[in-house]
Write a protein that binds this ligand. Structure first.
Ligand code: ZN
Length: 508
């Protein structure tokens, strides 16, 4: 208390004397952005508008050298600020001047510029670095995945640390230029549009541009030997897909799935509105992992997703994220339902389209197949906790919650919400309460009880996602509707949908 009084007196004095801002008013930016699930992820005190990432990568040794230039605007008077990064830094410059730097924690790079940065001003931060990303373990793992002919950066919620320094949190999105030099004969895959390649003295440079805001975990990079297909969707969107040349038995099933990207993105546009980005596609590198990830415009698929044959369900899931997750991004990781609930629900819609089970049948099946004492119901999709962020319940119960919403507001309002939300919030960030408010505005219904029951209660809801018409019967005969022990027939699409549950098992 005494200390606080002294501070107040000091600031009152400086106000009274009308002293211009001095260096002592400048404070360090926070080491985290304030996310309750990942307190050290992201940083405080600035927002990034652009990353320019220039790399040189040698696949045989996994040696990576880089220079990343960051355009950042200070949101406070900054004496010092942090980036999140795992590799060894050789030099940092801020606005052209050499800056002091040190590391702390697992992935904090603390930068003290020669001159402090005034609130509202834009700074140019240049970081030079090198390292062997596969050897840099943070929290016991690396998101840099080695392949027989190169490497891939893909992981959620963290993958940027192993190839570029960043403000690593989805609340701070930016545009990206990624330019990578690799030995001739290798290729580089990244987000957006391939704007050029050039070759000199045995090395080839690939230059990619993502011109729409992108969260750092949605930036991806792959180096290796790929078969590339390019096309334009019936809707006019450029498609760029790539497949490792050594996918073996999974090669054809991967193509039979990912080559349908153009068709599926146009189909999803019917539900979600215009596709938000200027290119689309996917790539299948020869990694050992099993997951897929909605990396912006260029989805990452593990070959294992296609080990039982073609899998359009996972393609639909990852493409749905381009609206729900990539264009409209999380403000905080606890709202992961806004990504995974809707991506899973898009698989329900695809199942219905393919006559392999309606969304209602799938929702009824999920509800009935987990008895009330199943740990499944202890996970709250609206706030699952960091450890359960990608548990099956976030996806499955999350999608059933959306079917419950559909039955509550009716199809007409529901499909207006489904399309209107990513349109209204395009390229931004959002929270679950903001989504609820939007759904209430569109439907004219109060939805607090529904959201509490389906997203924020660690117990099985007393009644299932009851279809219109079935509600009356269920209320007349409680217990006679969907109860434990009366398992409806398994929808035909169910196994395929469940296979994608390893989607975000990033191996840690
Ligand atoms: Zn997903």
């Amino acid at each position: 208390m005494r200390k606080r009084l002294i501070v107040s007196a000091a600031s009152a004095l400086s106000l009274f004397l009308a002293v211009p801002a001095s260096a002592s008013d400048f404070q360090p930016g926070a080491a985290g952005v304030g996310d309750s699930y990942y307190p050290t992820y992201g940083n405080g005190g600035y927002n990034v508008s652009h990353y320019d990432i220039r790399l040189k990568y040698q696949p045989t040794t996994d040696e990576l050298e880089g220079t990343t230039t960051i355009l950042a605007t200070a949101t406070q008077d900054l004496s010092r600020f942090n980036l999140d990064f795992a590799l060894n830094v050789a030099e940092v410059r801020v606005n052209g001047r050499l800056a002091a730097f040190t590391t702390s924690g697992e992935q904090e790079l603390e930068i003290t510029p020669a001159r402090p940065i005034a609130k509202g001003s834009q700074a140019t931060v240049v970081v030079r670095y090198k390292g062997v990303p596969s050897t840099m373990k943070k929290y016991g793992f690396t998101a840099w995945l080695r392949t027989p002919d190169g490497a891939v950066a893909a992981g959620e919620p963290e993958s940027a640390w192993w190839w570029f320094p960043s403000n690593d949190h989805p609340s701070d999105k930016a545009t990206f230029d990624v330019s990578v030099l690799v030995p001739d004969g290798n290729q580089v895959i990244s987000n957006g549009i391939l704007t050029g390649t050039s070759s000199q003295a045995g090395w080839t440079r690939y230059t990619w541009r993502e011109n729409k805001p992108q969260a750092t975990y949605l930036a991806t990079l792959a180096v290796g030997k790929f078969d590339v297909t390019t096309d334009t969707t019936p809707g006019g969107l450029p498609v760029y897909n790539a497949y490792s040349k050594d996918l073996g038995d999974n090669a054809d099933a991967a193509r039979a799935s990912v080559e349908r990207t153009g068709e599926l993105v146009d189909w999803l546009s019917g539900y979600f509105g215009d596709y938000p980005f200027s290119s689309v596609g996917g790539y299948v590198p020869n990694v050992q992992t099993g997951f897929a990830l909605e990396t912006q415009t260029r989805v990452f698929y593990s070959p294992r997703q296609f080990s039982r044959g073609a899998n359009t369900s996972v393609v639909v899931h990852e493409l749905a994220h381009q609206w729900y997750g990539d264009s409209v991004s999380l403000s905080r990781w606890s709202d992961i339902w806004l990504n995974e609930g809707f991506a899973r629900y898009s698989q329900f819609l695809w199942s219905e389209h393919e006559n392999e089970g309606t969304a209602q049948e799938l929702a009824d099946y999920v509800y009935a197949s987990h008895p009330a004492d199943d740990a499944f119901w202890t996970v709250k999709p609206g706030d699952p906790g960091a450890d359960n962020q990608f548990s099956g319940a976030v996806y499955d119960r999350g999608a059933v919650a959306i079917q419950a919403l559909r039955n509550t507001v009716g199809d007409e309002a529901f499909f207006r919400i489904l399309k209107g939300w990513p349109t209204e919030r395009r390229y931004g960030n959002a929270t679950i309460p903001e989504f609820q408010a939007y759904a209430e505005k569109v439907s004219g219904k109060k939805l607090g009880d529904l959201f509490t029951t389906w997203l924020f209660t660690a117990a099985k809801p007393a009644t299932g996602p009851v279809a219109p018409g079935a509600a009356a019967a269920a209320s007349l005969a409680p217990g006679a509707g969907q109860t434990d022990g009366q398992l409806p027939a398994e929808p035909k699409s169910w196994k395929k949908i469940q296979e994608t549950n390893s989607l975000h098992d990033a191996g840690h």
